[in-house]
Design a protein around this ligand. Sequence first.
Ligand SMILES: [Zn+2]
Ligand SMILES: [Zn+2]
Length: 245
Amino acid sequence: MLYNILGYFFFYALLGFILAEAATLLTTVYLHRSTTHCSVKFHPRVEFFMQGGLWLTTGINRIEWAAVHRYHHNHTDVDGDPHSPILLGLWAVQLGNLFLYRKAAKRPEVLACAKNIKPTLAEETIFKSPKVGLAVGIGLLYMLVGFRFWPTLIIAGTHTFLYLFFLNNLINGWCHVRGYKNFKNKPAFNNRLIAWITMGEGLHNNHHHKPGNPSLRYKWSEVDLGWIFIRLLCSLKLATLPTSR
Ligand SMILES: [Zn+2]
Ligand SMILES: [Zn+2]
């Protein structure tokens, strides 16, 4: 009986983990590398699906996200950084990243960092409300699991916990204080294990070295799944890279 309950829980928690990984992939390739750093450009149809995926699974405002992240690059680990574990302490960022992000997204000087990014027509119409997006996302999930309450709750709960309180937090928290550096005079650290579960984002010292590089890996032993995905889309002519990199 107990094994059945545990098996049931872990099966749906695994689906929640896969969903969180998919949202993390969209976050790194679209919100981070494309919108924030303009290091890759996606075909408008791909962009539409990426916006839709993020709308259904995260409720994130793309322009706000880019603003907070650009401000972090401009003020890394110095006064004003929205989520620096050097200034605030590791656990304050590791556990409170979401709240620090919400606070930063209200600051006019932060929002000014993304004033050149304009919302697309889909963002101004279909994907306008984050609350509607999340409600539709949960509704779709409920439908996909056969209108069952507990599977919906376990999948959505696991995804929410991992995405909001674990994966992103590892980059802004852990990767700013622990790990190894390829570039000694640049902020942040790399962590290969975190890179695996964050689609390459764990190679954060590499990223701070050259934020405009669409690939976050510098050594053969470093794996950047986000970059593999971008190269796949490039080979299908669904993404392009800037000529000067
Ligand atoms: Zn950073
Ligand atoms: Zn960045």
